[in-house]
Design a protein around this ligand. Structure first.
Ligand code: CA
Length: 439
């Protein structure tokens, strides 16, 4: 949702302070939010058209039939495993599978009725689109901007995002991470890691990750630790010698790193009977210069937060990852509300995870970072108890990232702490104007 410049009439983003076309200072936009402004719960539903290619086409996002079949298969297997290990009763499994079949029947009826559109909830929001970084203040700007929308500086020959290995300025990163067993579980099967990777030319990349293991206490702990170790070592090794130069190449490297972890855990689960069926989620954030590269499998989330707005309609929080869980897909097809999904008994069922299959699909994406951003990674133990609005309020209400992470974990524990809780937070601050070219 764009507004217009009162001086020249050009389109401006709701968060802009200066017109990108004429450079005039803009009146304070009413759309800019403060920490106390409440955010509407859930994404607005959009209509998705069913095309001939058997995909549900949802404005920039897709849900295909293979994914739905995976959801059903994973759900049935999950209950089967629960039954054979006596973790659930036969009645519980029967009731859950009956519920699932009713949901699928409702979906098939919608299709049989000849509906060409199915009501779905859009999963990932449209993020702010920045093509160039201002050489003065480091803020992101659109490709056609002549003046910086944040500081009003002329953007002649401003460095472009995502092209080559260009660092327009020295962004500073304050990183905090913590994992907690919670109030109910005996063991912590989550793993977190934060660290630096040395790149050629005295450059450094920051790596942050969260993995949430499953498959019996010791096995789940082993799987999440192995996923963290293998992917971290792979990224360190490969980017030290041959650092990628484009977003696409960084994403390909991340996918290779996650697949290396997948192979090791899959092999370990096959050869060791005590670890059979183990798996883990894995969400990695890699920060190189002012680019954020994300890879994820499972339901551990990555968020981008900024009080000035991170989406084109000015929302201060955007989830950068899809939850590869049964309940997330049920939200997509309109069978559950996001609020129901948070407490749904089948919310732990993943249809994509690391180590459970010989190969794995890995979601990746790249975004521009700017001063004032917060990148937050977390396991589902946080979001089962704490909603996006509360995450924004605590992340920006507490300037010290260590204390902010602790407050988020404390809040999840106060509300029951049903699962292990892991949070990694990266605060992005502007540095001095520092234009260098490496690689
Ligand atoms: Ca968990």
């Amino acid at each position: 949702m764009n507004t217009r410049c009162p001086f020249c009439g050009a389109s401006v983003m709701p968060r802009s302070r200066f017109c990108p076309t004429c450079g005039q200072a803009l009146p304070q936009s009413p759309l800019r939010r403060s920490a106390s402004t409440p955010i509407a719960n859930g994404d607005p539903p959009v209509e998705g058209a069913l095309t001939n290619s058997k995909r549900l086409q949802i404005s920039g996002d897709t849900l295909d039939l293979r994914e739905l079949i995976n959801v059903v298969e994973s759900s049935v297997q999950w209950w089967q495993r629960g039954l054979s290990s006596h973790a659930v009763t036969r009645e519980q499994a029967a009731r859950a599978i009956d519920e699932l079949s009713q949901i699928m029947r409702s979906l098939s009826q919608q299709l049989a009725q000849g509906r060409t559109t199915i009501r779905v909830t859009r999963r990932l929001p449209a993020l702010r689109t920045f093509d160039i970084a201002c050489p003065s203040c480091g803020s992101g700007n659109r490709a056609n901007a002549r003046f910086c929308q944040r500081c009003g500086a002329l953007l002649n020959a401003a460095p472009r995002y995502g092209v080559g290995f260009v660092q327009s300025r020295a962004l500073k990163f304050h990183i905090a991470a913590r994992t907690d067993t919670g109030r109910v579980r005996q063991q912590n099967q989550d793993a977190v890691y934060t660290g630096e990777i040395d790149l050629p030319g005295q450059q450094k990349a920051h790596i942050c990750l969260v993995a949430d293991g499953m498959g019996g206490a010791a096995a789940g702990e082993y799987a999440s630790r192995l996923a963290a170790d293998v992917s971290r070592a792979y990224l360190e090794r490969e980017s030290a010698c041959h650092p990628p130069l484009t977003d696409e190449a960084w994403q390909a490297l991340l996918r290779d790193a996650v697949r290396a972890a997948n192979r090791q855990i899959y092999d370990a689960a096959r050869t060791d009977t005590t670890r059979r069926g183990m798996g883990t989620t894995l969400t990695i954030a890699l920060i190189v210069g002012d680019r954020l590269h994300i890879a994820s499998v499972g339901d551990s989330r990555a968020y981008l937060l900024n009080l000035d707005g991170v989406t084109d309609d000015g929302s201060p929080a955007a989830q950068l990852t899809s939850d590869h869980s049964l309940v997330a897909r049920l939200v997509d097809i309109g069978q559950l509300t996001p609020e129901q999904a948070r407490t749904h008994p089948q919310r732990n069922i993943l249809y994509r995870s690391i180590g459970t299959d010989p190969s794995v699909d890995v979601d990746t994406r790249s975004e521009a970072l700017e001063p004032g951003d917060i990148v937050l990674l977390c396991s589902d133990g946080l979001v089962n108890h704490v909603n996006d609005e509360e995450i924004v309020q605590i992340a920006f209400g507490e300037p010290d990232p260590d204390r902010a992470v602790t407050r988020l974990i404390n809040l999840a524990n106060e509300r029951g702490g049903r699962d292990n809780i892991s949070v990694v937070m990266v605060r992005v601050e502007g540095g001095r104007n520092d234009e260098r070219r490496h690689g």
